[in-house]
Ligand binder design. Structure first.
Ligand SMILES: N[C@@H](CCC(=O)N[C@@H](CS)C(=O)NCC(=O)O)C(=O)O
Length: 263
């Protein structure tokens, strides 16, 4: 029996892989890994992926007998695109043409050292670290924000164009669009950051970069109900954190007024 199993987290930014499997309906079983419960560092998960990170693709020979494990989202997306060429060519998210494929790889490689490293740095230091038992840091969040803005400017002026909304001026989205967008839309968590007044919000970053905003909307529209289902969790986490900050600042204002009136 040959079965493909994928371990993924819906709480964090590797949603590109889930979006892709579900859009093209790949025969992959998706297992959620709860990072906040540190399941990615648990013995059973480390037996599958020794790097202790999501996503991890795991091909089992038969139940419990692992045949092949692959980490790194872009490698997983490329592997599955090559493995299921008919499915992927129907959705046009990959290509049989070497040059077109190389353009997709180029966008994926570019993303790792630009958008990924900066956007994940901002999200982590402004919000996620606080939820994972660590400390948030405005200084570090600002440092990564500078780099993020430079990367978004390259995306706006050089990687996207006006003819078609997708990367490499493609008429159809590719696996690169699905991955590159994720770290950008994950910036929604900045709503719930204690530094939200000091940092640019996702909406501000997109308002200043109309091509990036148009591209984000186009990737969402590939399958809007599915997009909402996959990204709803993060929106909810950010919204709840933001409400908590609002109510704490209302309570502080109330306490200040109460102590002034006692003077
Ligand atoms: N370069 C890797 C990054 C994977 C990654 O950073 N995954 C995060 C979730 S988005 C994770 O597993 N974090 C937990 C940890 O590093 O301990 C990829 O593209 O797959």
């Amino acid at each position: 029996m040959h079965c493909t199993r994928i371990s993924l987290s819906l709480r964090h930014s590797r949603n590109a892989t889930v979006y892709m499997y579900r859009i093209v309906n790949l025969p992959v079983k998706i297992e959620l890994v709860k990072l906040h419960k540190r399941e990615h560092k648990s013995e059973p998960f480390l037996r599958v992926n020794k790097f202790g990170q999501v996503p991890a693709l795991c091909v089992e020979r038969q139940k419990g007998q692992v045949k092949f494990v692959l980490s790194e989202s872009s490698a997983i997306l490329k592997y599955l695109s090559e493995k299921y060429p008919s499915i992927v060519s129907e959705s046009k998210m990959y290509s049989d043409d070497l040059r077109e494929k190389a353009k997709i790889w180029s966008a994926l490689d570019w993303y790792q050292t630009t958008i990924r490293s900066s956007a994940a740095g901002v999200s982590w230091h402004a919000f996620v670290a606080g939820n994972m038992g660590g400390k948030v840091s405005l200084e570090l969040a600002k440092h990564y924000e500078e780099r993020l803005k430079m990367s978004l400017d390259v995306l706006e002026t050089l990687r996207l164009g006006d003819t078609f909304p997708f990367l490499n001026e493609r008429e159809h989205p590719s696996i690169a669009d699905l991955l590159v967008i994720e770290d950008i839309v994950n910036l929604v968590v900045l709503k719930g950051s204690p530094f939200r007044e000091e940092l640019s919000s996702l909406d501000q970053l997109l308002a200043e970069r109309p091509r990036v905003r148009k591209w984000r909307d186009a990737v969402m529209r590939i399958n809007k109900p599915l997009w909402d289902e996959i990204h709803g969790v993060l929106e909810m986490v950010a919204e709840n954190a933001s409400k908590k900050i609002d109510s704490e600042s209302r309570r502080r204002r109330f306490d200040d007024v109460a102590s002034m009136s006692r003077l």
